[in-house]
Design a protein around this ligand. Sequence first.
Ligand code: ROI
Length: 163
Amino acid sequence: MAALVYVALGSNLDGPAGQVRRAIAELGRAPSIHLRRVSRLYRSPPLGPAGQPDYINAVAEAETGLSPQALLAALQAMELAQGRVRTGGRWGPRPLDLDILLYADRRIHTPDLRIPHPRMAERAFVLYPLYEIAPGLEIPGRGPLRRLLHDCPPKGLEPLDEG
Ligand code: ROI
Protein backbone atom coordinates (compact mmCIF):
# COMPACT_ATOMS: atom_id res chain seq x y z
CA MET A 1 0.00 0.00 0.00
CA ALA A 2 1.32 3.41 -0.91
CA ALA A 3 1.61 5.91 1.92
CA LEU A 4 1.19 9.66 1.65
CA VAL A 5 4.31 11.33 3.06
CA TYR A 6 5.61 14.85 3.59
CA VAL A 7 9.30 15.67 3.35
CA ALA A 8 10.99 18.91 4.43
CA LEU A 9 13.90 20.19 2.36
CA GLY A 10 16.51 22.65 3.62
CA SER A 11 19.89 23.98 2.53
CA ASN A 12 22.17 26.84 3.49
CA LEU A 13 25.40 25.99 1.68
CA ASP A 14 26.75 25.73 -1.87
CA GLY A 15 23.92 27.52 -3.69
CA PRO A 16 20.98 26.64 -1.44
CA ALA A 17 18.15 27.30 -3.91
CA GLY A 18 19.88 25.13 -6.52
CA GLN A 19 20.43 22.41 -3.93
CA VAL A 20 16.75 22.38 -3.04
CA ARG A 21 15.64 22.38 -6.68
CA ARG A 22 18.05 19.55 -7.46
CA ALA A 23 16.72 17.53 -4.52
CA ILE A 24 13.15 18.06 -5.76
CA ALA A 25 14.21 16.79 -9.19
CA GLU A 26 15.87 13.77 -7.56
CA LEU A 27 12.73 13.03 -5.56
CA GLY A 28 10.77 13.20 -8.81
CA ARG A 29 13.13 10.65 -10.39
CA ALA A 30 13.30 8.17 -7.52
CA PRO A 31 11.63 4.94 -8.66
CA SER A 32 9.50 4.29 -5.58
CA ILE A 33 8.68 7.88 -4.69
CA HIS A 34 5.88 9.61 -6.56
CA LEU A 35 6.04 13.34 -6.09
CA ARG A 36 2.61 14.94 -5.91
CA ARG A 37 3.03 18.52 -4.78
CA VAL A 38 5.88 20.85 -3.88
CA SER A 39 5.64 24.17 -2.05
CA ARG A 40 7.35 27.32 -3.20
CA LEU A 41 10.89 27.84 -1.99
CA TYR A 42 11.22 30.03 1.10
CA ARG A 43 14.14 31.91 2.57
CA SER A 44 14.45 31.73 6.36
CA PRO A 45 16.90 32.98 8.95
CA PRO A 46 18.80 30.13 10.64
CA LEU A 47 17.21 28.57 13.65
CA GLY A 48 19.92 27.47 16.07
CA PRO A 49 23.46 28.83 16.05
CA ALA A 50 23.70 32.30 14.50
CA GLY A 51 26.52 33.17 12.14
CA GLN A 52 25.48 30.67 9.48
CA PRO A 53 23.86 31.65 6.16
CA ASP A 54 20.10 31.92 5.67
CA TYR A 55 18.35 28.72 4.65
CA ILE A 56 16.22 27.89 1.67
CA ASN A 57 13.35 25.61 2.69
CA ALA A 58 10.48 23.82 0.98
CA VAL A 59 8.11 20.92 1.63
CA ALA A 60 7.12 18.13 -0.75
CA GLU A 61 4.17 15.73 -0.73
CA ALA A 62 4.73 12.28 -2.20
CA GLU A 63 3.29 8.80 -2.35
CA THR A 64 5.63 5.94 -1.65
CA GLY A 65 5.59 2.18 -1.32
CA LEU A 66 8.80 2.41 0.71
CA SER A 67 8.65 1.67 4.43
CA PRO A 68 9.54 4.59 6.72
CA GLN A 69 13.04 3.13 7.24
CA ALA A 70 13.57 2.59 3.52
CA LEU A 71 12.37 6.12 2.77
CA LEU A 72 14.80 7.49 5.40
CA ALA A 73 17.64 5.52 3.79
CA ALA A 74 16.70 6.83 0.33
CA LEU A 75 16.65 10.43 1.60
CA GLN A 76 19.98 10.02 3.39
CA ALA A 77 21.52 8.65 0.18
CA MET A 78 20.31 11.81 -1.63
CA GLU A 79 21.83 14.01 1.10
CA LEU A 80 25.17 12.27 0.70
CA ALA A 81 24.99 12.47 -3.09
CA GLN A 82 24.55 16.23 -2.73
CA GLY A 83 27.67 16.63 -0.67
CA ARG A 84 26.38 16.33 2.87
CA VAL A 85 29.15 15.49 5.28
CA ARG A 86 27.89 14.80 8.77
CA THR A 87 30.56 16.73 10.62
CA GLY A 88 29.05 20.19 10.94
CA GLY A 89 27.42 19.16 14.19
CA ARG A 90 23.74 18.69 14.75
CA TRP A 91 22.80 22.32 14.19
CA GLY A 92 25.50 23.22 11.70
CA PRO A 93 25.13 24.47 8.12
CA ARG A 94 24.48 21.88 5.43
CA PRO A 95 24.14 21.67 1.63
CA LEU A 96 21.04 19.49 1.94
CA ASP A 97 18.77 18.32 4.71
CA LEU A 98 15.82 16.03 3.95
CA ASP A 99 13.52 15.22 6.87
CA ILE A 100 10.45 13.02 6.90
CA LEU A 101 7.75 15.14 8.53
CA LEU A 102 4.80 12.77 8.25
CA TYR A 103 4.29 9.20 7.05
CA ALA A 104 0.57 8.60 6.52
CA ASP A 105 -1.00 8.82 9.98
CA ARG A 106 1.83 6.86 11.60
CA ARG A 107 3.59 7.71 14.84
CA ILE A 108 7.07 6.24 14.99
CA HIS A 109 9.61 6.56 17.76
CA THR A 110 12.85 4.68 17.18
CA PRO A 111 16.42 5.86 17.87
CA ASP A 112 16.98 6.99 14.28
CA LEU A 113 13.48 7.97 13.20
CA ARG A 114 10.75 9.96 14.86
CA ILE A 115 7.52 10.70 13.02
CA PRO A 116 5.82 13.15 13.13
CA HIS A 117 9.07 15.09 13.10
CA PRO A 118 9.51 16.08 16.77
CA ARG A 119 10.38 19.74 16.16
CA MET A 120 8.09 20.55 13.25
CA ALA A 121 5.53 22.38 15.39
CA GLU A 122 8.08 25.09 16.34
CA ARG A 123 9.44 25.57 12.83
CA ALA A 124 7.83 28.24 10.70
CA PHE A 125 10.05 27.16 7.79
CA VAL A 126 8.29 23.76 7.91
CA LEU A 127 4.73 24.73 8.86
CA TYR A 128 4.13 27.50 6.30
CA PRO A 129 5.34 25.59 3.22
CA LEU A 130 3.44 22.54 4.46
CA TYR A 131 0.29 24.60 4.85
CA GLU A 132 0.70 25.88 1.31
CA ILE A 133 0.36 22.35 -0.12
CA ALA A 134 -1.86 20.68 2.53
CA PRO A 135 -3.93 23.25 4.44
CA GLY A 136 -6.39 20.71 5.85
CA LEU A 137 -3.76 18.42 7.36
CA GLU A 138 -4.09 16.85 10.81
CA ILE A 139 -0.78 16.16 12.52
CA PRO A 140 -1.01 12.83 14.36
CA GLY A 141 -0.95 13.51 18.10
CA ARG A 142 -0.79 17.29 17.65
CA GLY A 143 -4.00 18.40 16.01
CA PRO A 144 -4.78 20.54 12.98
CA LEU A 145 -1.88 22.10 11.08
CA ARG A 146 -3.88 25.31 10.95
CA ARG A 147 -3.67 25.60 14.74
CA LEU A 148 0.07 24.89 14.91
CA LEU A 149 0.58 27.62 12.34
CA HIS A 150 -1.47 30.03 14.37
CA ASP A 151 0.90 29.49 17.32
CA CYS A 152 4.07 29.88 15.23
CA PRO A 153 4.79 33.36 13.84
CA PRO A 154 6.55 33.36 10.45
CA LYS A 155 9.67 35.15 11.83
CA GLY A 156 11.44 36.37 8.75
CA LEU A 157 10.25 33.53 6.52
CA GLU A 158 9.62 34.75 2.99
CA PRO A 159 8.81 33.05 -0.31
CA LEU A 160 11.63 33.31 -2.79
CA ASP A 161 10.90 35.64 -5.66
CA GLU A 162 11.26 33.29 -8.59
CA GLY A 163 10.04 35.73 -11.22
N1 ROI B 1 17.03 26.87 10.19
C1 ROI B 1 16.29 27.13 9.11
N2 ROI B 1 15.82 28.37 8.93
N3 ROI B 1 15.99 26.18 8.17
C2 ROI B 1 16.43 24.91 8.32
O1 ROI B 1 16.15 24.05 7.46
C3 ROI B 1 17.20 24.58 9.46
N4 ROI B 1 17.67 23.32 9.67
C4 ROI B 1 18.35 23.00 10.76
C5 ROI B 1 18.67 24.01 11.84
C6 ROI B 1 20.18 24.03 12.07
C7 ROI B 1 17.95 23.58 13.09
N5 ROI B 1 18.23 25.34 11.50
C8 ROI B 1 17.49 25.61 10.39
O2 ROI B 1 18.74 21.75 10.93
